[in-house]
Design a protein around this ligand. Structure first.
Ligand code: HEM
Length: 295
């Protein structure tokens, strides 16, 4: 395994079609392994292109404003039900439920724990609890509203891809805001900085099938498994030039849903900030009341 750290090198490899993703086992028969074999993320060539086109048309059917309204309303409901809800809980529930609703899944609010049960094993295919991963996969596919089994797998893929990455973006943005000084950045600024400096997805993988197309791409052995860091240094960055953002990947396999991810993240972060501001005002008013009463 070779690790490529510099973002300049990683960007060249992501743009080079001779670097493929490690494929899922096309002959797999257990539900979770079958699911991995049916999605775009672990397929190459014409199969990937066809699945990717289908995913893009599914994503195009989602109205971003409606997605954002759903994410905001779910965040408000979670805070009303439990004002001290940890950010992590909201960040892990709202993206999947909001997307599930917009995509037409049945029982969207029951989806986050099912997605969480397969999210960790999704990238590698190695589930610590294979029976739990299979059971969650079956329930997710049952709840999907696709016209056929292939569409169901792609719809579930959208939820799984969204889950940890969007949740991590929200959590890290809130941590950044908590650490910011008296002048807080705007929500857009904090999300942009988080994506650039604290990539929610730290790395991805490729397999080299030949020498790189671009002369300056690092030399790699054909067949080598490469770990590509999306959060490494960037040799092209300089004083007035920030490092390039690779959080959403790049090239023909880059994330097809950055606008969806941002619509959800902005909605959640704005609601969390509003709730914090209200809590601050309540605390100040409460303290002033006590001060007045004590006089
Ligand atoms: C902050 C949130 C997100 C981040 C940082 C992120 C990041 C990424 C990255 C880095 C990849 C490419 C992996 C590679 O090249 O090997 C990717 C692929 C993908 N993402 Fe996202 N993603 C996010 C949210 C979402 C959301 C909300 C959705 C769905 C609505 C989504 C759907 C997908 C899909 C379907 C792919 C696979 C594309 C393909 O196989 O060609 N992502 N994402």
């Amino acid at each position: 395994m070779t690790e490529i750290i510099d973002r300049a090198d990683v960007a060249l490899i992501l743009a080079d079609p001779r670097f493929l993703v490690p494929e899922a086992d096309a002959a797999a028969s257990t539900p979770f392994e079958r699911f991995r074999a049916d999605v775009s993320r672990f397929s190459n060539g014409a199969t990937h292109d066809a699945r990717r086109r289908r995913l893009e048309s599914m994503l195009a059917g989602i109205e971003l404003a409606a997605l954002a309204r759903t994410a905001a309303s779910l965040t408000r409901s979670a805070l009303e039900a439990e004002p001290a809800s940890p950010v992590a809980t909201i960040a892990r529930h709202v993206p999947v439920t909001a997307l599930g609703r917009q995509l037409g899944f049945r029982h969207a609010e029951s989806l986050p724990p099912l997605v969480a049960a397969i999210a960790d094993a999704y990238a590698s295919g190695r589930a610590t609890d294979a029976a739990a991963a299979d059971a969650a996969t079956v329930r997710l596919l049952d709840a999907a509203p696709g016209a056929d089994a292939s569409d169901d797998a792609l719809l579930v893929q959208l939820l799984v891809q969204a889950h940890a990455a969007t949740g991590a973006l929200v959590e890290r943005a809130m941590q950044r805001l908590a650490a910011s000084g008296p002048v807080s950045p705007s929500t857009h600024e904090v999300l942009t900085a988080t994506l650039r400096d604290d990539s929610p997805v730290a790395m991805t993988r490729r397999v080299a099938t030949g020498q790189p197309e671009h002369a300056s791409t690092p030399d790699v052995e054909p067949g080598a498994l490469l770990v590509l860091r999306l959060d490494g240094p960037d040799r092209d960055a300089a004083g007035d030039r920030p490092p390039r953002t690779l959080a959403f990947g790049a090239g023909h396999r880059g994330c097809p849903a950055p606008h969806h991810a941002l619509a959800i993240a902005v909605a959640i972060v704005e609601e969390l900030r509003r709730a914090e501001a209200r809590a601050r005002i309540d605390r100040t008013t409460h303290k002033e009341t006590i001060d007045v009463d004590a006089r």
